[in-house]
Each structure stands twice: as structure tokens, then as C-alpha cells.
Write a protein that binds this ligand. Structure first.
Ligand code: ATP
Ligand code: MG
Length: 338
């Protein structure tokens, strides 16, 4: 399950304003990827381009074997059905209760009868922990519940790809932690390709298999989580460690004099913090597409910062991994990536 997305040389402009250009990346099928970037760098525009709501000015965006910019209307419409999208505010209809909100895509896009619709809606509501809230209006529930309702609605058409636009914005740290766990559990369960836009550094550091960073109208870097978390590239380093020292300023980009002043003041970006272990599904299973901890670093001869891959119980996940995988029984479908 899950469809690969391959973006090649993608460029988007509005009039004379270039939002980003020459973006190339591959979202591997079934994996979780995070897209980071300062406000206004075009992350939401990128998601909208991937679902075909906005047309790129140049480049290719392959959704499986279909290249979006070249699709005729009818195929574009079909391709959109592969996607579930969680919009930033949940984008629920205020006058409809949660059941009807979640049922909406099924009533709109399928010919299923009401019995079938009810079964699907309740199944998805159970997946996101919303059973019992069917009759509530969006205005009567908390922000966290609205996010989960938006997620349930994104799930009803059994998407192959799910795009999350800041699923954690406006949530308290505990709710964010639950939501992150829910995202990892969902990925383990349905195996769709996930792309998450977030500003939450903890989410970016612990949830995904891959991380990308947009800055100054380009994709600075995209690759496996361990690649970005061990990177010395100044923008990546500053962003993933939430530092003020570095090329990113309050209004996106610092000018040369600010950077020179920083260098003169001897401000250094500090040591890279340890790479945390990746968040596991709550039933302890290994996700089919999960990468073995430390695999990317070993393959590229990179030594992780001291204290990396050690969890709250003091276990080192690089040492534990082979035993852990063996204890979970047979390797999961798709095998464990080396
Ligand atoms: N339909 C549109 N027409 C013209 N300009 C647009 C349109 N949509 C977005 N933009 C511009 O594109 C740029 C990127 O916007 P976008 O919403 O993608 O940023 P973002 O990275 O998602 O920011 P944030 O982190 O604040 O959500 C902004 O300058 C915005 O004004
Ligand atoms: Mg946005």
C-alpha cells in the first residue's frame, strides 16, 4: 500500500513572485516524511500542488505512474481521490455534526448506501478516538478533537497518500504527543505515504522516516531523518535545533552584516544534540517501511552525536534493534530495512 511521489524540478510562481524553484524529491511509498520551513516559504503551496489544486509552472510531479501537470481533467480528478488531506484548521463545516462532516467525502464521491457509510465513518472515528462524539458540532469540541475529526475525514476514502498541513498547530504538548503517536500508528496500520508539514521540532525529530527543509525558495535538503539530524549544513542545523544563531532571521533571511556581527561575537551554532530514537507504533510492531536505527549513518560513515538513540529507559536502540525485531516475531511485510 501507499504510492510513491516523485517530484522533479518543480517550480511554482504567482505572477512575478517565485515561491520555490527546481524542487526535486522522492517520497517513498508507505514512508512518513516531514516538510519544514520558515513561515511563508510555500509549504502549503507545495501540498496544494501535490494534490493538483495548484498548477506548477515547471517540472514533473509523479503520483505513482501519473505525471500531474500533464493529466487531463478526468484523470486529475481520479488521481486526487488517492489523497487524504488534513487541512490546517480541520476545515470542517461548522453547521454539520462530526458524523456528517466525516461522511461528506463518501456521500460526495461514492455511491455507497447509508448503512455502508455509517460503518466506514464509525470505523474511522474509532481509529482517531472520537467514538461517542458523532453528534457534536465542530464549535462544541476542542481544537485537538477538531484535528482528529479532520483526520477521520481524510481517511474515509482509504487514501494511498495523506498530506497533513500543520496537524499539531494550536495543540498543547500532550495533545501533540498523542497526535504524533496516532500518526505513527495509522501509518503502521494503513501503510499509506504520509507527508506532514509542521513547525514542531520534536515532531520533526522523532516521527518521520525522511525530512525536507524549504528555505529561500528552494529545497535545501531532503533525505532520511538521520541525514538531516546529523547535518552540519547551517540552515538545516539551525532549523532542526531551533537556534537563533544561523542564516535564518526573523524576516526569513539575515543580511550579511547580521551574520558578520554574529561571527564577530563568537556566536557558534553549538554542538549537535543527540539523535532521538524514532517513535514506534504503540503496539510495539515495526512499521513495514521503518529504517533500522543508525543504518543511514553507518552506510555513510557518519558518527552520531554522543547519546544518540538512547531512550528514556536508557536503552540504546542501535544495540537493541536486532533483538527487538527478532522478539517481535517474523519480519514485517516488506522486511526491515537494513
Ligand atoms: N493563491 C495564491 N495566490 C497568490 N499568492 C499565494 C497564493 N497562495 C499562497 N501565496 C503566496 O505564497 C507564499 C507561500 O505561502 P504558503 O501559505 O505556502 O506558506 P507556508 O510555508 O505554508 O507558511 P506558514 O508556515 O505560515 O503556513 C506566500 O507569500 C503567499 O502569500
Ligand atoms: Mg502553511
Amino acid at each position: 500500500m501507499g504510492v510513491e511521489i516523485r517530484v522533479e524540478g518543480l517550480t511554482k510562481r504567482f505572477g512575478r513572485q517565485t515561491i520555490w524553484e527546481d524542487v526535486s524529491l522522492t517520497l517513498p511509498a508507505g514512508e512518513i516524511s516531514v516538510l519544514l520551513g520558515p513561515s511563508g516559504t510555500g509549504k502549503s503551496v507545495f501540498l496544494k500542488t501535490l494534490v493538483g489544486l495548484l498548477k506548477p509552472d515547471r517540472g514533473n510531479a509523479w503520483i505513482g505512474d501519473r505525471n500531474l501537470p500533464q493529466l487531463p481533467e478526468d484523470l486529475l480528478y481520479e488521481t486526487r481521490k488517492l489523497f487524504g488531506v488534513l487541512f490546517q484548521d480541520g476545515a470542517l463545516f461548522g453547521s454539520m455534526n462530526l458524523f456528517d462532516n466525516i461522511a461528506f467525502p463518501l456521500r460526495e464521491h461514492t455511491k455507497k448506501n447509508e448503512t455502508e457509510i455509517k460503518r466506514i465513518v464509525l470505523e474511522k472515528m474509532e481509529m482517531v478516538g472520537l467514538i461517542g462524539a458523532e453528534g457534536k458540532l465542530p464549535g462544541e469540541i476542542s481544537g485537538g478533537m477538531r484535528k482528529r475529526a479532520g483526520l477521520a475525514r481524510a481517511l474515509v476514502l482509504d487514501p494511498e497518500i495523506i498530506l497533513f498541513d500543520e496537524p499539531d498547530s494550536g495543540l498543547d504538548p500532550v495533545r501533540t504527543a498523542y497526535l504524533n503517536q496516532l500518526i505513527v500508528d495509522l501509518n503502521a496500520q494503513i501503510g499509506a505515504t504520509f507527508l506532514i508539514v509542521t513547525h514542531d521540532i520534536n515532531t520533526a525529530r522523532t516521527v518521520p522516516d525522511n525530512i525536507g527543509l524549504l528555505f529561500r525558495r528552494e529545497l535545501v535538503m531532503f533525505g532520511q531523518r538521520e541525514m538531516l539530524l546529523s547535518s552540519e549544513e547551517p540552515v538545516v542545523r539551525q532549523f532542526l535545533n531551533a537556534r537563533r544563531v544561523g542564516p535564518i532571521g526573523m524576516s526569513e533571511e539575515k543580511d550579511v552584516s547580521e551574520l558578520e556581527a554574529e561571527a564577530a561575537a563568537g556566536n557558534d551554532p553549538g554542538k549537535l544534540p543527540p539523535i532521538p530514537p524514532q517513535l514506534m507504533p504503540s503496539d510495539g510492531r515495526v512499521r513495514p517501511t521503518q529504517h533500522a536505527p543508525g543504518a543511514w549513518l553507518r552506510a555513510h560513515g557518519v558518527t552520531p552525536p554522543p547519546g544518540s538513540f538512547i531512550d528514556d529507559l536508557g536503552r540504546n536502540w542501535i544495540d537493541e534493534w536486532p533483538r527487538y525485531v527478532a522478539s517481535m516475531g517474523a519480519a514485517p511485510a516488506g522486511g526491515v530495512r537494513k
